[in-house]
Design a protein around this ligand. Structure first.
Ligand SMILES: [Ca+2]
Ligand SMILES: [Ca+2]
Length: 376
């Protein structure tokens, strides 16, 4: 049963198979420190986030926002989410709770839409409210920021959201929309990490505003930024899908230029060379890169107790790489640690309240599964 087709029903029991994903991958399961339980199946899910009570919100590419209760395996379609343009790489994208969610109920979403000039990624907020009969709504939803400019095409929206640990700032990623040069354009928000106030206005004191850059810009020279996470010591880490052979994990510092499309350890898909990162070239080099590409998706910093050996690690999923990837942090250093074949495109990673690791696959038609990883 596909819950999205029944999104108008207030409560839908997700039918999910009792198959064991670990078994599906045969002998590889023995090499893993985790077992995999299949919890639910969504329609091309994109992102998830946990509520304080253990339920989660899941976005689906075509625009569905789902409130899912893992304890009861019940999913509710949430009303009030914005209309999306889901062509190509577009859709309903990230979902993140406000730092004061426990009292405000505020939820942030990002999505792609059509507008003046073409298409772009937008950011909005609303209040999650439970209604009678088990229904849920986002009340008072409003758009608070839009990428600029909107341009034609259906790719590289990015749209990741992360709050600073002090809760004062909302960091938001805008992709370069497969247009290359906007990543270096000081007036455009494309190909940038942005720092906003929680109401969506550019934060005061951003590092390049006095030099005439768009006031929201925190760092620039990025391509398709599909993961953003703070570590336990307040550093901001970002991952981006690079050109061929140039996927990156970057340590984001204010005002720096990360090089795209002037420097990349990969090269253009049409074969044209892009100079690799070199010391002294004026561009900030990635801490980790992949060649061949793994097509990274999602990013978390692990702080849980369930897998103590994973403390102070970053995790991301691989789309073309069909993997779960762990990286080990040591201050400003990062290195590749583990890469486990998951046999499916992994779109999103989250840490659950008890320290379990949760993954979302990328597809529809029973290929958009929610997986829970716990110790073997
Ligand atoms: Ca998430
Ligand atoms: Ca290169």
């Amino acid at each position: 049963m596909r819950h999205l087709l029944l999104a108008t029903l207030p409560m839908i029991l997700i039918a999910c198979s009792a198959d064991n994903a670990a078994g599906q991958n045969g002998a590889a399961a023995q090499d893993r420190p985790f077992k995999v339980d299949i919890m639910a199946d969504f329609d091309a899910p994109w992102a998830m986030t946990f509520l304080p009570d253990g339920r989660m919100l899941v976005t689906e590419k075509k625009g569905g926002l789902v409130l899912y209760d893992p304890a009861r395996k019940i999913a509710i379609g949430v009303g009030g989410a914005p209309a999306v343009d889901s062509a190509g790489q577009g859709g309903l994208m990230d979902v993140v709770l406000a730092p004061d969610f426990a009292t405000s109920g505020t939820v942030y979403l990002s999505w792609s839409e059509s507008g003046a000039g073409g298409k772009g990624v937008a950011l909005g907020m609303g209040r999650l409210a439970m209604k009678g009969g088990g229904a849920a709504d986002l009340e008072g939803f409003m758009t608070i920021f839009k990428a600029s400019p909107y341009v034609d095409g259906n790719g590289h929206y990015s749209g990741r959201i992360a709050f600073s640990p002090d809760g004062k700032y909302l960091f938001f990623t805008n992709g370069e929309r497969q247009k290359f040069d906007p990543a270096q354009d000081p007036k455009s928000t494309l190909g940038k990490v942005l720092r906003l106030n929680p109401d969506g206005a550019p934060a005061a004191g951003n590092p390049l505003a006095a030099k005439g850059f768009h006031p929201a810009i925190w760092s620039y020279g990025h391509r398709n930024l599909l993961g953003l996470a703070f570590d336990g010591e307040g550093r901001l880490w970002e991952q981006e899908m690079g050109p061929q052979g140039g996927d990156e994990v970057n340590l984001i510092k204010p005002g720096l230029n990360y090089g795209y499309p002037l420097a990349s350890n990969g090269d253009h898909y049409d074969g044209r060379d892009i100079p690799d990162h070199r010391p002294g070239d004026g561009f900030e080099a990635p801490k980790i890169w992949w060649n061949p590409s793994i097509s990274p998706a999602g990013l978390i910093h692990y702080s849980g107790d369930m897998f103590p050996q994973w403390k102070n690690s970053l995790f991301l999923g691989g789309l073309s790489g069909q993997a779960l990837i762990r990286m080990k942090l040591d201050g400003e250093k990062a290195e590749k640690a583990d890469q486990w074949d998951m046999g499916a495109r992994i779109r999103e990673v989250e840490q659950g309240p008890d320290g379990a690791l949760w993954l979302l696959e990328d597809g529809g038609g029973s290929e958009g599964r929610l997986l829970k990883l716990t110790p073997q």
